[in-house]
Design a protein around this ligand. Structure first.
Ligand code: NA7
Length: 538
């Protein structure tokens, strides 16, 4: 039942109970005394980490920095076991946070928000769920994740397939058995390259269907370095997070300020070999300053990786198929792996290049490409997500004058700072399109948005403001700025999900903000210090 006057049921409705939703709930309830209702589709907390249970699923950020920083006690008490956190461990962490801060009592699980409408007559959001909730709130805050709407490509015949099929982003909770089975994996993004080596160790036969060859760096995954954690990280957590907050990617690392083209070939090779040996995202975030902006500099790194692929993979034909030559390194989401290329040396693993021989249809017993019929017991779709906007547009969100977000964003997402979109008062997006989000270590970006939104809501209360809305001119200027900074980068030279290129018909717009986490934070702070410049506070 919705309130009939302008007394809302809740101060804020938060959508989603992943990192963003949990953090926002705690902040508003505990530090601002607000009433908050969270709705979550899953049966438990975790968001991305609730759904992505596929074999090998883990985060590419190192565990010690992939967490909340708001509580020193939490930072000190929690002990990660892996260098990179694996999905079950991240899920345990988020469950621990939910319990420790008693968050569950404000979360309604198994509930999808189907629509949200801004009621101009009462200045409130009216939120509707698939469980027949209809509630009002002053603020609507989305913590719905950037890569949460799975993309199962519409391939003719999928309905007729008689085996099992799964999408990595909606992996079953029950154990999936690969042994003795002929398995197909379609897609070689993060989810594919993480799951392929694990599935290959169990399946009777694995066939990988690759559309775009990838650059990937060894993760060098291991158990956590206890000494590093106890001696270096835990006593210095404040400084570590502070460095991450002002960095480019939300990691406490410094980039090499040299150009790849200004050092000698021997120095360059030495740097790349050291990065390869150390492994992980650091390879990208600490490498030469112009890898992301200068094609010639980028080529030096791309060629280094191609050479590594040639060294690792035994079969020349497979090596050729795996060669990434059609896009610069780092222009698609950088990948880190464990034994990905070496997996193709296994007898039971086969690679099919679907650029040259596209999938024609799925048949009751397998997959038919232009050249061949394959038989499978199982198909795994590691085909990614309708990223950054998909989950927003699946809800029917309506602002002033019944304007739908679908219409507002028909040419691509338009936001001010990735936090608000004009005509949708009091709607805030945590890591929305137009913010660094997916180009950064997510918890750092999520906490920055939580802090900023909470600060604004506090200001609103103190100044008896009823609504906050991005000014359309400020929004237009921000959208231009987001495009402008992306334009000279390598990101524009690949068909990536950052650009919406993986979804047929999706507008080709670069969605995240490449300006860097620190620069972005500075801009957000300046805007707040200037009385929330660019926002209409009514
Ligand atoms: P990604 O990174 O979007 O990867 C999806 C993969 O699936 C990629 O190799 C795609 O090829 C391929 N794909 C997508 N659609 C098709 C169709 N229709 N046919 C064949 N192949 C297809 O998703 P992930 O789940 O791996 O990772 C998502 C993010 O999660 C990741 O970036 C991290 O941030 C964590 P393409 O490259 O588009 O040619």
């Amino acid at each position: 039942m919705a309130s009939s006057d302008n007394h809302p049921d809740f101060d804020a409705v938060v959508v989603g109970a992943g990192f963003a939703g949990l953090g926002m709930l705690r902040r508003l309830r505990e530090e601002h005394g607000m009433s908050v209702q969270v709705y979550e589709t899953g049966a438990g907390v975790g968001g991305t980490w609730y759904w992505n249970r596929y074999p090998g699923a883990r985060c590419d950020s190192e565990s010690y920095i992939y967490c909340f920083s708001f509580s020193q006690e939490l930072l000190q008490d929690w002990n990660w076991s892996g260098k990179y956190p694996e999905q079950p461990e991240i899920l345990s962490y988020l469950n621990h946070v939910a319990d420790r801060f008693d968050l569950r009592r404000n979360i309604q699980f198994n509930t999808r928000v189907t629509s949200a409408r801004f009621r101009e007559d009462i200045n409130l959001w009216e939120v509707q769920t698939d469980q027949n909730n209809r509630v009002t709130s002053q603020f609507l805050i989305t913590g719905i994740g950037c890569i949460s709407s799975g993309n199962v490509p519409s391939i003719k015949g999928l309905d007729s397939f008689e085996g099992e099929w799964y999408h990595t982003g909606r992996w079953p909770h029950e154990k999936v058995e690969f042994s003795g089975k002929r398995v197909a994996v379609i897609g070689t993004g993060s989810s594919g390259i993480q799951s392929i080596p694990v599935i290959a160790r169990q399946a009777e036969h694995l066939t990988v269907f690759q559309r775009t060859p990838q650059y990937t760096i060894p993760a060098r995954h291991d158990t956590v370095d206890r000494k590093f954690l106890e001696d270096v990280v835990k006593p210095n957590y404040d400084e570590i997070f502070e460095q991450a907050r002002w960095s480019t990617g939300g990691f406490p690392v410094n980039r090499d300020e040299r150009s790849a083209l200004q050092v000698t070939a021997a120095e360059r090779l030495e740097a790349y070999e050291a990065g390869w040996a150390e492994g992980g995202i650091r390879f990208l975030s600490t490498s030469f300053k112009d890898i992301g902006t200068d094609r010639r500099a980028n080529d030096t790194m791309a060629e280094f990786i191609r050479k590594k692929i040639r060294e690792i993979v035994a079969d020349p034909e497979t090596t050729e198929k795996l060669m990434p030559t059609d896009h610069p390194f780092g222009s698609k989401r950088p990948l880190i792996d464990t034994d990905y290329f070496a997996t193709y040396n296994q007898e039971n693993v086969e690679l099919v290049d679907i650029r040259h021989s596209p999938i024609q249809e799925i048949t009751p017993d397998g997959i038919r490409t232009e050249d061949q019929q394959f038989q499978f017991d199982m198909i795994v779709f590691a085909t990614g997500f309708d990223a950054m906007t998909g989950t927003y547009l699946r809800m029917d969100i309506r602002g002033r004058n019944d304007l739908s977000l679908q219409d507002k964003w028909s040419e691509g997402p338009k936001t001010y700072l990735g936090l608000q979109t004009a005509e949708f008062p009091n709607l805030f997006m945590i890591t929305g399109p137009g913010s660094p989000s997916v180009l950064s270590n997510m918890p750092v970006s999520i906490e920055q948005h939580i802090d900023w939104i909470a600060g604004l809501l506090q200001y609103v209360r103190e100044h008896d403001i009823k609504s906050v809305e991005a000014h359309v001119d400020a929004e237009a200027a921000w959208v231009s700025h987001v495009n402008e900074v992306a334009e000279p980068t390598m990101y524009m030279l690949a068909d990536s999900w950052y650009l919406g290129a993986n979804i047929p018909g999706k507008p080709r717009v670069f969605m995240p903000y490449v300006g860097g986490v620190g620069t972005y934070r500075e801009k957000c702070n300046e805007i707040a210090d200037n009385g929330y410049e660019g926002f209409i506070l009514a």
